[in-house]
Write a protein that binds this ligand. Structure first.
Ligand SMILES: NC(=O)c1ccc[n+]([C@@H]2O[C@H](COP(=O)([O-])OP(=O)(O)OC[C@H]3O[C@@H](n4cnc5c(N)ncnc54)[C@H](O)[C@@H]3O)[C@@H](O)[C@H]2O)c1
Length: 266
């Protein structure tokens, strides 16, 4: 068999939160490039799926659950070549509910702990357990799904944005620690995209409140805010991740790529 340009055939990739949205599309792209893809997500049953992925249940906030998921992956597929830290949650919350109408949209300790646990602790636990495997053969790639909000900040999403900023900090730091072992660490920061499980009606309602507008006023005209004039397709994120996971990106580490159609501020 002739290798494809990316050469991902037979590589073992774990995609956390791969049962929905962006993670689902990252998994699809990796499968279509020949990788063995383990989807680790909260509510999945273990086993081979019709789409070619293999599901292993895991809660990324729980060390024991993460270690079990990695051990099972190694038992089944011998190694971990690629980890995509994609599982993430976002509750739009104001620092202070200055309108005084919906106190539930003011950032509580519970909301803070929830977002930090999934978005920041999750990537740490998954990377730690995966790198123990990658060190055995001195090769591996970790891709952290951050967000444009983690680079630029976002009104009504300060806690989410801070967790994504943390992920960008992990990316830079782990790249510095692990470069000598031929383990690359790269961030991917999506902007505004096709609808996913994260962009629900309740998400839009909370976001609208935190910005002092109605849900309708959140708007869908991106001709001014996004230079390419449209939202991102989920497969476009999957394509970038596939490239970065491959040896074609062998000199790329410690940096975070925007995939935002050119959107930056706002
Ligand atoms: N949707 C966007 O526009 C957008 C923009 C920028 C960044 N992101 C980031 O992309 C990633 C994927 O988001 P999405 O929009 O596809 O969301 P999504 O809700 O569609 O998918 C997230 C997945 O993560 C899983 N998950 C949640 N908590 C988990 C846990 N504790 N353990 C294991 N799995 C868990 C969920 O079950 C779900 O399948 C997130 O990190 C998000 O912050 C999304």
């Amino acid at each position: 068999m002739t290798d494809t340009w990316l050469g991902l055939e037979g590589k073992v990739a774990i995609v956390t939160g791969g049962a929905s949205g962006i993670g689902l599309h990252i998994s699809k792209e990796l499968v279509s490039n020949g990788a063995i893809v383990v989807v680790s997500d909260l509510k999945v049953e273990e086993g081979k799926q019709a789409d070619g992925t293999y599901h292993i249940q895991c809660d990324v906030t729980n060390k024991e659950s993460v270690e079990k998921m990695i051990a099972r992956t190694v038992e089944l597929f011998n190694t971990v070549d690629i980890l995509v830290n994609n599982a993430g949650v976002n509750l739009p919350r104001l620092l202070v509910d200055y309108q005084g109408v919906k106190p539930e949209y003011e950032l509580s300790e519970k909301d803070f702990d929830f977002m930090v646990a999934v978005n920041q602790k999750g990537p740490y636990l998954c990377a730690q357990a995966s790198v123990r495997e990658m060190l055995k053969k001195k090769k591996g790639v970790i891709i952290n799904i951050a967000s444009e909000a983690g680079v630029e900040g976002s009104a009504g999403q300060s806690c989410y944005s801070a967790t994504k900023g943390a992920v960008i900090g992990f990316t830079r730091s782990w790249a510095k620690e692990l470069g000598k072992f031929n383990i690359r660490v790269v961030g991917v920061a999506p902007g505004i995209n096709e609808k996913t499980g994260l962009t629900t009606d309740s998400y839009n309602e909370a976001l609208a409140y935190t910005r002092g507008v109605t849900v309708d006023d959140l708007g869908t005209d991106y001709s001014k805010s996004i230079p390419l004039g449209r939202v991102g397709k989920l497969e476009e994120i999957g394509n970038l991740v596939s490239y970065l996971a491959s040896d074609r990106a062998s000199y790329v580490t410690g940096t975070t790529y925007n995939v935002t159609g050119g959107k930056s501020r706002g």
